[in-house]
Design a binder for this molecule. Structure first.
Ligand code: HEC
Ligand code: HEC
Ligand code: HEC
Ligand code: HEC
Ligand code: HEC
Length: 224
């Protein structure tokens, strides 16, 4: 026999209360040191929690009431409790830049539906989940989702782009190109002159840049 709907709701309510208490405890200023969810990513070591975790609208009481209404079926969506979910706008508050060659908003177009599903290319967190102590949280071979066909009159690369794609050598892309185009250094023409695969991997894991230190844009230290 299936459990009755009411019982399920009570179960959810208890679960939600426990979860909610945990999140409140984790984010409360009194517990600064004990609350970290995991090591901050590279570059974020000195940011305050509130740089990304904004307080959700409404009083605690209103938030609880709204979530109970949701669990009982009289409200369509849950309300953020305590803190809002972190999204692109939070990242862009400090990282907005006019010259990003892969801006997230671009990938909302219908033709990128597969890429959204495969890599979450429309969300910073698709590739930069936080509290992981790294820089990028995927293996960097996701170019495949959008760049399988190359039509270049004179391919500037050796091996050619189409050869690399046909052979499925997707780990080569980041050896020559950065992703956002924020590094001043351009792509080399020969794979033999490119950064070694290991150096790219180190960088994604949080190590130093294989594209040189010079960048066009630096992030703000605090939200405007
Ligand atoms: C640079 C932005 C950023 C900063 C700064 C930051 N967080 Fe987070 N935090 C996130 C993101 C994004 C998530 C969502 C999970 C993910 O993508 O890894 C998250 C998730 C969490 C969660 C889990 C809650 C949930 O809903 O999953 C807790 C708890 C948390 N952070 C606590 C903290 C604390 C404590 C600090 C300060 C020491 C902090 N965060 C600083 C971005 C940040
Ligand atoms: C309060 C401002 C602020 C917010 C909000 C913020 N960052 Fe950062 N971020 C910085 C600073 C400052 C650095 C270090 C300086 C730099 O690399 O430009 C940095 C560094 C980074 C780096 C590494 C840069 C490098 O050294 O190669 C990545 C990746 C990054 N942030 C992504 C994100 C993402 C994704 C979010 C949203 C979850 C986010 N940031 C939110 C300020 C911020
Ligand atoms: C589809 C994957 C993907 C998405 C989505 C993505 N990034 Fe990145 N990001 C990368 C990769 C790969 C690198 C490492 C290569 C490089 O430095 O460009 C990187 C590097 C960075 C860096 C360090 C180098 C630099 O450009 O200064 C910052 C900062 C950054 N990302 C911020 C963001 C922010 C903010 C968003 C959302 C607006 C975002 N990224 C969305 C894949 C992604
Ligand atoms: C979600 C889809 C998507 C993904 C994933 C993606 N790209 Fe792109 N990329 C694009 C689009 C769209 C353009 C712009 C093409 C145009 O304007 O005709 C582009 C342009 C570029 C350019 C040319 C930029 C310029 O200004 O000339 C390079 C280089 C590039 N991508 C490399 C990469 C690399 C390397 C990866 C993987 C690390 C990657 N891309 C992943 C969609 C994507
Ligand atoms: C040996 C270095 C090298 C490798 C490996 C490489 N590229 Fe390139 N790529 C270049 C150069 C050089 C250019 C032309 C200058 C530029 O756009 O930076 C270029 C241009 C591009 C462009 C712009 C194309 C256009 O029509 O203008 C895209 C997109 C691109 N590369 C994607 C990729 C992807 C995806 C991979 C992985 C399969 C890759 N590249 C591997 C060196 C390389």
């Amino acid at each position: 026999m299936a459990i009755s709907r009411e019982r399920q709701h009570i179960g959810y309510l208890i679960g939600a209360c426990v979860g909610v208490t945990a999140v409140v405890l984790l984010l409360s200023p009194e517990l600064q040191s004990a609350r970290a969810k995991g090591p901050m990513n590279r570059g974020h070591e000195s940011l305050t929690c509130e740089s990304c975790h904004l307080a959700a609208p409404g009083t605690t009481r209103q938030q609880i009431q709204a979530n109970i209404a949701y669990l009982l079926g009289t409200r369509k969506s849950p309300a953020d409790f305590g803190y809002e979910a972190v999204g692109n706008d939070d990242c862009l508050a400090c990282h907005e830049r006019p010259n990003d060659r892969h801006p997230v908003f671009r990938f909302l177009e219908p033709r990128f539906a597969d890429a959204r599903r495969e890599v979450g290319a429309h969300q910073c967190m698709g590739c930069h989940a936080e509290h992981r102590g790294t820089r990028v949280t995927n293996d960097g071979t996701f170019c495949r989702s959008c760049h399988e066909r190359f039509e270049m009159d004179a391919d500037p690369a050796t091996p050619t782009h189409q050869e690399l794609a046909d052979q499925g050598v997707w780990q080569s892309c980041l050896r020559c190109h950065d992703f956002h185009g924020n590094h001043v250094k351009g792509a080399p023409g020969d794979l033999d002159e490119a950064a070694p695969e290991g150096a790219v991997h180190e960088y994604l894991m949080g190590g130093d840049s294989p594209y040189g230190e010079a960048r066009r844009f630096r992030a703000r230290e605090a939200r405007p």
